[in-house]
Design a protein around this ligand. Structure first.
Ligand code: GH3
Ligand code: MG
Ligand code: MG
Ligand code: MG
Length: 296
């Protein structure tokens, strides 16, 4: 892990920076050095780092200001304070703002490196948990939580750029029959194949999610209704041609179809909920009209 991690070291004293750089590079880390708070903020605005080592007392932009800035950003890296002040009030203050740890200078390299490893380990664990929270464990696409979060983000971005957004709601046809005929495991396999094909048929920046048992949604920012319809139809046709062979002794071949409801935003003010609700209604119309179709 250490060899891939980039550490930003921030200090107003050049000799401290050099010493830190030496110790960290020797331990296998990539190091970016910022000589003071202002330079650190510039770097942080431009690139992501895995961990920050931050001096407290610096002229102009202080360690407190840099830490406050970092804790307010999304995906903020863990910050270990590295200060010559052993004042308990400083320690409490920085930990309360959101520093991961507080180490005093002069530091013992071995101890600092152990604290860095700890902070990186915790960060990795947190990231894994956060990703699990947003991912469907069966199909590995976004679950409802992940889908709504990413789709809402995509919609905000599209609105700022005055772009239209389309949302498709997809429901597998007669899926209960798959379970009843071939068993629940076969049904699970079908869901996985469905999700894989769905992901491959849409653009990288479209947001795909499993929002219920056999119901999926795709949020397509910056798209016209014609292109969104074409994408849905391409998927629908590919799915109807997909033959899923069960890898048990029976070699049973399963084919499925899907009904799709599709809506695109018409006004500048719209919400993900609106689009999903409208598309859901159209999806039910597709069911009533005979299934295996896209209705806009
Ligand atoms: P329709 O064409 O009207 O959508 O019919 P349908 O059979 O697809 O719809 P229905 O809502 O009656 O059935 C959905 C089924 O999906 C019922 C449920 O047992 C099954 N299901 C939901 N989640 C899972 C899952 O994770 N795995 C499997 N194997 N089945 C699931
Ligand atoms: Mg200083
Ligand atoms: Mg359903
Ligand atoms: Mg269904």
């Amino acid at each position: 892990m250490s060899n891939n991690s980039t550490i930003l070291v921030i200090d107003d004293a050049k000799d401290t920076l050099m010493l830190l750089e030496f110790d960290l590079i020797q331990a296998g880390y990539k190091v970016i050095a910022a000589n003071g708070g202002a330079q650190a903020l510039e770097i942080l605005n431009k690139q992501a780092v895995d961990l920050v080592l931050l001096d407290l007392h610096m002229p102009n932009v202080s360690g407190t200001e840099v830490l406050t800035h970092i804790t307010r950003t999304e995906f903020s890296p863990p910050v270990i304070m590295l200060s010559s002040s052993a004042d308990e009030n400083d320690v409490v203050k920085m930990l309360d703002i959101g520093a991961e740890d507080y180490v005093t200078k002069p530091y013992i390299a071995k101890v600092l490196l152990a604290r860095i490893r700890n902070a990186l380990r915790l960060k990795e664990k947190t990231q894994k948990l956060e990703s699990l929270l947003r991912t469907d464990s069966l199909t590995h696409v976004n679950n409802r939580v992940g889908y709504e979060e990413l789709a809402n983000k995509a919609i905000s971005h599209a609105k700022r750029n005055k772009h239209q957004t389309a949302v498709a709601m997809l429901d597998i046809d007669h899926f209960k029959k798959v379970n009843d005929t071939y068993g629940h495991e076969a049904g699970d396999r079908v869901l996985v194949e469905f999700a894989d094909l769905l992901t491959s048929c849409f653009r990288d920046y479209d947001v795909v999610g499993r929002i219920g048992g056999e119901e999926f949604a795709v949020c397509m920012p910056n798209i016209s209704i014609t292109h969104a319809f074409d994408a849905c139809e391409r998927f629908r046709k590919s799915l109807s041609e997909l033959v899923i062979t069960l890898d048990d002794k029976s070699n049973t071949e399963i084919t499925i179809t899907v009904s799709i409801g599709l809506t695109v935003s018409k006004e500048s003010e719209f919400s993900l909920d609106d689009l999903m609700r409208d598309s859901d209604k159209l999806m039910y119309q597709a069911k009533s009209a005979g299934r295996n179709r896209t209705i806009t």
